[in-house]
Structures are given as structure tokens and as C-alpha cells.
Design a protein around this ligand. Sequence first.
Ligand code: PEP
Length: 249
Amino acid sequence: MGRKFFVGGNWKCNGTAEEVKKIVSTLNAGEVPSEDVVEVVVSPPFVFLGLVKGLLKPDFHIAAQNCWVKKGGAFTGEVSAEMLINLGIPWVILGHSERRLILNESNDFVGDKVAYALSQGLKVIACVGETLEQRESGSTMDVVAAQTKAIAERISNWENVVLAYEPVWAIGTGKVASPAQAQEVHFELRKWLQVNTSPEVAATTRIIYGGSVSGANCKELAAQPDVDGFLVGGASLKPEFIDIIKSAE
Ligand code: PEP
């Protein structure tokens, strides 16, 4: 099916210029599989995008952590998709649960963002995932399907989309989903794509897992047939990110 393994590093709102330089030099020095085997995308805070772009080796790529929902203009504090393209930033993370939950980004708003970012030529890591309460009430699939539907009804081409399944209860908590739990949701999401988009989209779209991925647990997760890579938060700031990239092999 040829879904290239994808490893994203979400640095969130962390780091100083000095720390960022250190992370990049560790990354640049890491011995990792070639670009044919794994696509690596790191996502620094906006203010460090230029710095990282200037230092990061070209085998690795860069994502912003968000962008505005439409064309830029009178939207104080926002960064537009056009600006990211202008700076040569190819990727953007959209719909991260921290933005959905803390900043109240709705499914529709995230769907609009994904559609607009794609229309401007960005590639998108689109995040979906349920809270602990939703999982415990048995609505995991309903929640992630509704989040995915808001995207699917606004786009027709999934070529530049990576879908990140990130259960909220696993993000930054150290409580990683078991390989079976991750596989179950990824399988269901792929089935959802097959029914609601097309068999081709289902077969080719990468579905990556995020939530307390570490050097210690990545291998078992990566071995699941529908896990096509990771979105990594905390561990992407540490040297173990290299080990996570290596789980592609
Ligand atoms: C994330 O923020 O996307 C994430 C998965 O975080 P962590 O790896 O720290 O759980």
C-alpha cells in the first residue's frame, strides 16, 4: 500500500532559542533511516520557525502548530497559511486537542482550517481523539468519526493530509494507549474513510498515533498494521526522539 512511516515532533509552547538549537543539533546528528523509509516533521513554536529552518538538515521537514482559518488580515495574533507558505514551511498541525479543548476550536472550525490550509498548498497533520470521559462512555468512535467527518465534508483530496489519532487521556499523561487500543481505533478510522471517502483514500492516508509515545513503547505500537507513525509531544524534545524515528525500520 506504500504508506511511508511518518514521525512528527510537536514541541508545543516550549523552549528558548538556545534550547531549540540544541534539539536541532541532536536531531541533525542522529543516525536515522533514510527519507525513503520515514518522513520526519518537527513543529517548533511560530517564533522559532525561521531559526529551525535555517539549522535543520534538509531530510527533516517543519510544521507550524496552527494557522488562521482563512486568508490573513485584521486578525491580531494570528498567523496565516499564506505566511507559512511564504516562509517555506510545508506542514501545519491543525485540530490538536489542546486547541480544541482549551481554545474551544469546534469540529467545523478545524474542518474549515484544514480545507483552507490545503487550498493554500500546506500539508496538514489533522488531529482527532476522544477524552477519557468519552472513552469510558463508549463513544470513542462516534467522537473521532465526527471530527473526521467535519474534515471529509470540506475536502476532496486527502493526498496532503496525515490523520493523527491522539486520545486526549494519553497526551502528556504518560498513559499511552496499548498497541491493541491504538490499532482498534486506527482500523475503525480507516474503515470510516473507506465508507465515507473512498477505498483509495482509506488505503493511502497515513493514520499516526499520538499520546505519550516514547523510546520504550514506540516499537510495539509501530508494529500495528494500521499505525503509520507517530505524533510525539514531550519525547520530541529529547534525544529519544531519534529512537522513535528508528521505529520506522
Ligand atoms: C502531542 O502533544 O501531540 C502529544 C502526543 O504529546 P505527548 O507525546 O507528550 O503525549
